[in-house]
Design a protein around this ligand. Sequence first.
Ligand code: NDP
Ligand code: MG
Length: 336
Amino acid sequence: MAKALYDKDSNKKALKGKTVAVLGYGSQGHAHAQNLRDSGVSVIVGLHEGSRSRATAEKDGFQVYTPAEATKRADIVMFLMPDHMQGPVYRESVAPNLKKGAALAFAHGFAVHFGQIQAPRENDVFMVAPKGPGHLVRRMYTEGRGVPCLLAVEQDASGKAGEIGLAYACAIGGGRAGVLSTTFTEETETDLFGEQAVLCGGITELIKAGFDTLVDAGYQPEIAYFECLNEMKLIVDLMYEGGLSWMRYSVSDTAKYGDLTAGKKIVDEHTRSAMKELLGKVQDGSFAKDWILENQCGRPRLKKWMQTEKAHPIEAVGKELRSMMPWMDAKSAPEA
Ligand code: NDP
Ligand code: MG
């Protein structure tokens, strides 16, 4: 078993006297900036001219500079803007202003692993990747808890990159839950594969296919929604709490028997070989190249696909049903 590190393993002084520039103030940015500050670390925020997040960061009490200015003042530059923007921001604003000996830090390995950022050899490069969304990173911290983090060192110019990275992870609350070591390669490839094959791509198609099958067979869309989407959360909660066996222990014997007779027919050899193919495209960089090009063209395919997805009947019926569940804090995605 990989050994987890905790607050007690961290050198509390590793961030002493250092200023962290958090570039970006979105999901992760606001959480890192606020948690670091509450842990006694000196933090500034870097945002481009005309940024919508600027007002929020200022309201939260941060000094906000342009990414170039923030970099000039920083000993650690943390990249918390969307992954595809990190290369251009690095080249235009960070590289020309980076202090000697300053560290470059990331919450995901995409830009470094796929060569969008090539750091000078004399700078440390590390990653602290919380395994949870930003609002949770902040909320858990304020509750005295934390979200587990992955820690990786790509370049250890100072000989202290690991120590600084661990102190950073602890300062955002990761050391309360456990910090696991990884590499940029492992984090990036598993993260991309996971979201494609299982977490986002796999599950949305599975839900839609189940819903469509029921509706096409003449069942009410409302019933199909509850069965294929709403109940997903209850099942995932059980797996999260006690693994697959706890879920199977909790459902009925009939559900267990159905599970074990049907599951392998749905995720069969074809699905497994498609997963291997996806992993191959992540590993050989072709997915990354495709995504970078899509952004450079203004995201034409992504926009079109998002429109199509939004028009699927499960979205309309779900919206209706969620509004009838007053205990639920129902959310609605803004226009893309
Ligand atoms: P968001 O999309 O939530 O935040 C984007 C932020 O970056 C906004 O404040 C945006 O400003 C700002 N921004 C946009 N362009 C620039 C620029 N040129 N210079 C400076 N800031 C800019 O990003 P996330 O928090 O989701 O992701 C940040 C990083 O964290 C990524 O590497 C991601 O992979 C990683 N990560 C994300 C997780 C998550 O749960 N979301 C989980 C773990 C890692 P404006 O509002 O003005 O557009
Ligand atoms: Mg991801």
